[in-house]
Design a protein around this ligand. Structure first.
Ligand SMILES: [Zn+2]
Length: 479
């Protein structure tokens, strides 16, 4: 069964991306409304009924729905319109002008994540124009304020307009690109992300005169605790998505890399073998397999000759799925030692979603058709995204904004970096893959949904076959 994208889809999406780059949506302050209005007007011209929501002046969000037959719950194509600041003096071309050179499109937001906004818009409109019957609604949402936490974007919508976003699945950022590990190609799809535990450790000690050393002062206690944390780190913890990722990568590697990767999962061998990886890879796998606490601010003392009674260090804590604040703070306190008293400043829970869903299967099938040599692997992000907010509505969010980048290119350096860019062909490929994914997932041939619901009625829970639809779709070969 093929769901060929319509001719001109990639060029159309590229046009949207170029236009979006030219809206300076640096957050703070954001000023996303002009970009949201641009999208709103296009959607409206095409006969949709978009909603523009502005929780605070300038902070525009736009949501539109392409209605299906309601046999399944909606699929949400979710992106954010804001970007991080760009220092124009460090760029080869102005960051808020779409500049094409050497096969690349340069501009702030080409990777994070106006590319997904442009692709989602093009896909939604193409589906609308095709007149294909959808077994579920497809929702398009482009929101404000992701880069500073989502208060005027995802969090606002989830809290105040949940009916606009409610969906079974969402596709968002941080996945769908090509990644090379030791000569093999992978396409990671984000299925999990770490939580945040921003916290403070307070140390106290006897105050005193700076002319007499005291190794039990608050600052000395803090210093020793940080050294212990640097040396020992937090304990190894293997989550399901991390295990799946490492097992699947290992399985396609040759010896001895295969053995080294598998050994990372072993608490006795992990530390030893990570020295066999290059530094960047070792850091990458370490963050995947450990909760972390990175000291980011230290405060103590007010005068050159007074030993302060109190010293505190602020940690950017990142917490693996499966841990709560209690478990994380216990681990951290154990490493910091008896003098640290921990206080939570901000908590965001970790997320993890199953990778054995019909949508994940569809993604794998579509990508494999185009890149037979690449492995599609579930992936756990160390940072956080708007998925945190969507999770409040029970939406299964995958990071999948596809692009056929050069797998050797380090996209992580481009995101939030200088000269952010996307390959024009890599982007065009992504639009087509997104179209095929959405179309084949949402346009099941007539009857397939009916078969599904019949199966649902006939079979007791637990025996239902989630793949019945995809199978029926392939066999029918219609549309
Ligand atoms: Zn982003």
């Amino acid at each position: 069964m093929s769901w060929s994208p319509p001719a001109g889809l990639a060029a159309e999406a590229l046009g949207y991306l170029k236009a979006l780059i030219e809206f300076d949506t640096t957050n703070p302050p954001g000023n996303e409304t002009a970009a949201a209005r641009y999208l709103h007007d296009i959607l409206e011209q095409e006969g949709l009924q978009p909603v523009l929501l502005e929780p605070s002046p300038g902070r525009g969000n736009v949501v539109a729905r392409l209605e299906g037959e309601g046999r399944d719950r909606p699929l949400l194509l979710f992106s954010h319109l804001d970007v991080v600041a760009a220092d124009a003096s460090q760029w080869r071309s102005p960051p808020f002008q779409a500049h094409e050179a050497d096969g690349f499109l340069y501009g702030r937001g080409t990777q994070d994540m106006k590319n997904m906004t442009a692709m989602s818009l093009a896909v939604l409109l193409a589906l609308k124009r095709s007149g294909q019957r959808l077994n579920r609604d497809v929702i398009f949402a482009a929101v404000a304020d992701e880069e500073t936490g989502g208060e005027f974007g995802a969090a606002y919508l989830v809290k105040n307009h949940p009916e606009l976003l409610r969906a079974e699945y969402a596709l968002c950022e941080m996945g769908g690109f090509r990644l090379n590990i030791r000569g093999r190609d992978y396409v990671p799809v984000q299925v999990a992300e770490k939580g945040c535990a921003w916290c403070r450790a307070v140390f106290t000690g006897q105050p005193g005169h700076g002319s007499i050393p005291d190794s039990d002062s608050s600052i000395q206690r803090l210093a020793r605790a940080l050294r212990r944390l640097d040396r020992k780190g937090l304990p190894l913890q293997v989550t399901d998505p991390a295990r799946d990722f490492i097992e699947m990568v290992a399985a396609s590697q040759k010896l001895p890399v295969r053995v080294v990767l598998r050994a990372l999962l072993n608490p006795l061998a992990g530390r030893l073998v990570s020295s066999r990886l290059d530094e960047e890879q070792a850091r990458f796998f370490h963050a995947m397999l450990h909760s972390t606490a990175v000291p980011t601010m230290v405060k103590a003392g007010e005068k050159e000759n007074v030993i302060p009674a109190r010293a505190e260090v602020f940690f950017d804590g990142r917490v693996l799925p499966g841990q709560d604040w209690e478990a994380f703070s216990k681990d951290l306190a154990r490493v910091l030692g008896p003098h640290a008293s921990l206080e939570l400043v901000r908590w965001m829970k970790p997320l993890t979603y199953p990778a054995d869903t019909p949508l994940f299967d569809t993604i794998r099938r579509v990508v494999k058709q185009r890149l037979p040599e690449a492995e599609v692997v579930p992936y756990q992000l160390t940072a956080f995204t708007d998925a945190k907010h969507l999770d409040e509505l029970g939406i299964i969010t995958y990071g999948f904004s596809p692009q056929n980048n050069d797998p050797g290119e380090k996209l992580t350096r481009l995101i939030h970096g200088h000269n952010e860019r996307i390959g024009v062909e890599a982007f065009g490929w992504g639009v087509e893959v997104l179209y095929e994914t959405v179309a084949s997932f949402c346009c099941a041939p007539q009857g397939a949904g009916a078969v599904d619901s019949l199966m649902g009625e006939l079979l007791p829970a637990g025996e239902q076959q989630p793949e019945a639809e995809a199978t029926a779709g392939e066999e029918n070969g219609e549309q």
